[in-house]
Design a protein around this ligand. Structure first.
Ligand SMILES: NC(=O)c1ccc[n+]([C@@H]2O[C@H](COP(=O)([O-])OP(=O)(O)OC[C@H]3O[C@@H](n4cnc5c(N)ncnc54)[C@H](OP(=O)(O)O)[C@@H]3O)[C@@H](O)[C@H]2O)c1
Length: 264
């Protein structure tokens, strides 16, 4: 197996460009792009066809929208000779590995589920592949590439990507909802928007750092900071912690169900 050196990107929109930016510092990688009206950058070689991209590259990221892939599938017979043995990494939500292999015939498919935070290198990325088709050197390289995007989690069962979608794919929206709720409630107490935002951001990032550095269980942490009859307890009583947790269980269950439906 040869080393991964030539990186292809099919679809150079938000995610395709973000992937390029996160990997471009690796000097031994060459970048190739095939996309509609791609943004022209001098470090990139642009190709005229998808077949050309496959032929040229060792590893290709598929960064088009799932609906564009479905329509491509309807109008294109798929790629055979050029995709043989190539590493095809799909970031498309809800497109199963089998579909990727039906289109890019005889490729070695990796299905990933990244979240939006990948764009700043702070993403969570779940990935599934049949590891037996990759050499240890290739797997090390793939892990290196994914480590540039944030934290990555391999799953041997492809269905587990639905859970990762529900927790991490949609997670930034849940985190933003909590952030927004706390900011708006803070402003209602009379604090300025600017101060409240800064405070809430620091509370959230500081708490995560505290939990990580002290390796403390979140439930134990709540006990530690909540004194009987105190201020925190007054807020937690209002939230009804037990019911709050149950509603999260229901929300994640609904998200997993929807992820399953969307990936067919
Ligand atoms: N954005 C997120 O938060 C996020 C998170 C996780 C996963 N993803 C996945 O990332 C993928 C890309 O999302 P995105 O936000 O980067 O999409 P995007 O900005 O729309 O980029 C897709 C690019 O691919 C081009 N394209 C589409 N079909 C093509 C074709 N047949 N041939 C050549 N070029 C084609 C599009 O050109 P035109 O616009 O001209 O058609 C566009 O430049 C999606 O599959 C999505 O599920 C996104």
């Amino acid at each position: 197996m040869k080393k991964i050196k030539k990186i292809g990107i099919f679809g150079f929109g938000n995610m395709g460009q973000a992937i390029f930016k996160l990997l471009k510092n690796r000097r031994d990688f060459d970048f190739f792009v095939y996309s509609h009206k791609p943004k022209k950058l001098k470090e990139i070689h642009y190709l005229e066809t998808l077949e050309g991209l496959l032929k040229k590259c060792d590893l290709i990221f598929i960064c088009i929208k799932p609906q564009d892939f479905k329509s491509l599938f309807l109008h294109h017979k798929g790629i055979s000779a050029q995709s043989k043995n190539k590493i095809v990494v799909s970031i498309m939500a809800g497109i199963k590995s089998n579909r990727i292999k039906q289109f890019f015939k005889n490729c070695r498919a990796i299905r990933t589920m990244p979240n939006l935070n990948l764009v700043i290198g702070e993403g969570v990325l779940g990935w599934h592949a049949k590891k037996k088709y990759f050499s240890p050197v290739e797997l090390k390289e793939i892990e290196f590439i994914f480590s540039r995007f944030g934290k990555n989690f391999f799953v041997s069962n492809e269905d587990d990507l639905n859970s990762i979608t529900a927790i991490a794919g949609s997670g930034p929206a849940y985190a933003a909802l909590f952030t927004d709720s706390l900011i708006k409630a803070g402003i209602k107490t009379g604090l300025s928007e600017n101060k409240t935002k800064k405070m809430v951001f620091k509370v959230l990032s500081g708490t995560i750092k505290y939990l990580q550095s002290n390796k403390i269980d979140p439930e134990k942490f709540i006990e530690k900071v909540t004194s009987k009859g105190g201020v925190t307890e007054a807020a937690l009583n209002e939230l009804n912690s037990k019911e709050f947790k149950k509603s999260w269980e229901r929300a994640i269950k609904a998200a997993v169900k929807r992820a399953k439906e969307l990936s067919g």
